[in-house]
Design a protein around this ligand. Structure first.
Ligand SMILES: NC(=O)c1ccc[n+]([C@@H]2O[C@H](COP(=O)([O-])OP(=O)(O)OC[C@H]3O[C@@H](n4cnc5c(N)ncnc54)[C@H](OP(=O)(O)O)[C@@H]3O)[C@@H](O)[C@H]2O)c1
Length: 384
């Protein structure tokens, strides 16, 4: 029986993680659930899985607390999380908290426990990749592309046998839209992803291709591969999640249905494999797979991410903060879709270039960029 914590349990990845755990009651015991709000959904999850601890960022009502099972203790925020970790023996911690708020909990898990970190929160790796060297052995990526590459690279020597790795991208909802029309797209349109059902932040990032750019940086850190050997390929069917080309010209691909439960299933059972209840891929139903090159001019965010990745820290931390604010402002209708890369570049160009930092300082750099982008972006309507 493995003991598991699920951070961000009420979100898209969190609920899919619990869906898998629900199918294997004799394999996993949920010890801790963590979400922002003391919502009805979180309460339902607590009643079903009866964890020892539930954490919320927001203060719950007295009624909500009253309804908790007698065996579940409630704590508040990051401090409560850190305190609980001292008392719980966790084999695996799934971090599926959305955006920049997921970074600090990742650090706590890595520094204060010996648990494996099953990481969906890509912001952690992008902002802090340069400082995670002592911890890579304990990080299992949940992102479908990186989970695919993680599996594919297992038996290969990355520095000697691998020519390049390929990250596939669906292309998002605006793949076929002319660039001049992008200025007018509404948040509602950007939130309609053609393939994946995800939280709002990552869905907008997928529409700008910043998500793919983030994934390029994530892959660079996870697999120690230079940016020149990381390729992005548009693959609208989202059946192939990652590919590895070896130096002798062979191309290995990992395919599975467009369903995040496949990578989550793999990570939950890692390092073993377990027979799944999920319906595997039927290629006759898929029919054909297509591929095209990304449009670099239309999707500036992808280009920005490659450039920032090559510059490394602290720009990677600034990128994460600036993008978080830009997406929020777009969803609030305060900036348009094409303002997103413009605002991010403005922030990257205005922040300190000499800075040296360590793990402790990363969060404040991310926040610095976030707040600056909030401030500058809020006046975009007047300026443009
Ligand atoms: N969804 C996907 O298919 C997918 C794929 C690859 C990677 N990822 C990555 O996985 C992460 C989660 O994505 P998602 O799509 O699952 O997001 P989501 O649906 O928006 O869920 C976010 C979760 O984080 C919680 N949360 C937000 N702010 C918090 C805070 N300050 N403290 C504690 N908990 C907080 C939310 O709680 P409430 O419900 O109470 O607000 C919710 O449980 C992101 O980093 C994303 O990039 C997602």
């Amino acid at each position: 029986m493995e003991t598991v914590a699920v951070l961000g349990s009420t979100g898209s990845i969190g609920t899919q993680t619990l869906d898998i755990i629900r199918h294997y009651p004799d394999k996993f015991r949920v010890e801790l659930l963590y979400a922002k709000r003391a919502s009805d959904l979180l309460l339902e999850q607590v009643k079903e899985f009866k964890p020892s601890v539930v954490i919320t960022e927001d203060k719950p009502s007295t009624q909500w607390l009253k309804e908790l099972p007698s065996t579940t203790q409630h704590f508040l925020g990051l401090e409560g999380f850190e305190y609980s970790l001292q008392k719980l023996e966790l084999n695996k911690v799934v971090n599926a908290i959305g955006g920049i708020f997921g970074i600090a909990p990742s650090f706590v898990v890595l520094k204060k426990t010996h648990s494996l970190l099953l990481l969906a929160n890509k912001e952690t790796i992008i902002a802090a990749g340069d400082f995670l060297n002592p911890f890579w052995e304990r990080i299992i990526p949940l992102d479908s592309e990186h989970n695919a590459l993680f599996q594919l690279l297992k038996n290969l020597k990355t520095d000697q046998e691998v020519e390049k790795i390929v990250l596939t991208a669906s292309g998002g909802p605006f793949r076929s839209l002319p660039k001049e029309e992008l200025k007018k797209v509404s948040p509602q349109r950007a939130l309609k992803h053609p393939r994946w059902k995800m939280g709002k932040k990552i869905t907008v990032d997928s529409a700008t291709l910043m998500n793919k750019g983030f994934e390029v940086i994530e892959a660079h850190y996870l697999f120690k591969i230079p940016y020149e050997r990381i390729e992005v390929l548009i693959h609208p069917e989202s059946i192939i999640h990652g590919m590895v080309q070896t130096i002798d010209g062979n191309l290995f691909a990992l395919m599975s249905p467009t369903d995040m439960r496949f990578p989550i299933h793999y990570a939950l059972f890692y390092p073993l494999r377990e027979k799944t209840y999920l319906k595997p891929l039927d290629l006759t139903e898929v029919g054909k797979l297509t591929f095209e090159k990304p449009d670099w001019e239309k999707f500036e965010c992808l280009k920005i991410a490659y450039e920032v990745g090559k510059k490394g820290f602290p720009y990677t931390a600034y990128l994460v903060g600036a993008d978080e604010a830009a997406v929020e402002l777009f969803l609030e209708g305060k900036i348009n879709f094409l303002d997103i890369p413009k605002l991010i570049m403005e922030i990257l160009n205005s922040l300190s270039q000499e800075l040296k930092a360590d793990l402790e300082a990363i969060e404040s750099l991310v926040k610095q960029a976030y707040l600056k982008a909030q401030e500058i972006g809020s006046s975009y309507r007047k300026r443009y």
